[in-house]
Design a protein around this ligand. Structure first.
Ligand code: HEC
Length: 111
C-alpha cells in the first residue's frame, strides 16, 4: 500500500513538472560537469542555435561527446564523455541547452 502511494506520488510529480525539471536537471549536470572547463553555462547554451544543440545532443549526446573525444585539449573530459553517466543524462543536458539556445528567446536576466 505504501509502495503504491509512492508510485502515485512519483508519477504525479514527474508528470507535472517534467519539462521544467528536465531543464533544471540539465543545468545541474552542466554546473557539475562542464563549468570547470567552460565557465558560465548560459553563455555556452546561448552560443549555439537550438538546431545545433539538437544535432549535437542526438543519440544520447553522441556529437558533443565526439567533439570532445577528438580534441586533445579536452583530454580531461574523456572519462566523463565516455561514461554511461553522461549518456544517461544527455537528454537533460540537451533540454537545458536548447532552452537557452541563441534563438530560444529565453535570455535570462543577468544575475
Ligand atoms: C576537461 C574540460 C572540458 C569539459 C569537462 C567539457 N569540455 Fe567542452 N570543450 C573542452 C575543450 C578543450 C573544447 C575545445 C575548445 C577549443 O578547441 O577551443 C571543448 C568544446 C566544446 C564545445 C564546442 C565549442 C564550439 O565552439 O564549437 C561545446 C559546445 C562544449 N565543449 C560543451 C561542453 C559541455 C556541454 C560540457 C559538459 C557536458 C563540456 N563541454 C565539458 C573542454 C571541456
Amino acid at each position: 500500500m505504501k509502495k503504491l502511494l509512492m508510485y502515485v506520488l512519483a508519477i504525479t510529480v514527474l508528470g507535472l513538472g517534467s519539462a521544467e525539471a528536465a531543464v533544471y536537471k540539465g543545468q545541474k549536470v552542466y554546473i557539475k560537469k562542464c563549468r570547470k572547463c567552460h565557465g558560465g553555462g548560459l553563455e555556452v547554451a546561448a552560443s549555439k542555435k537550438k538546431k545545433t544543440w539538437k544535432k549535437l545532443m542526438k543519440k544520447k549526446g553522441e556529437g558533443l561527446a565526439k567533439l570532445h573525444l577528438e580534441n586533445p585539449k579536452a583530454k580531461k573530459s574523456y572519462k566523463y564523455f565516455g561514461s554511461k553517466k553522461y549518456r544517461k543524462r544527455a537528454k537533460h543536458l540537451k533540454d537545458f541547452l536548447v532552452e537557452y539556445a541563441k534563438d530560444s528567446g529565453n535570455v535570462p536576466a543577468c544575475n
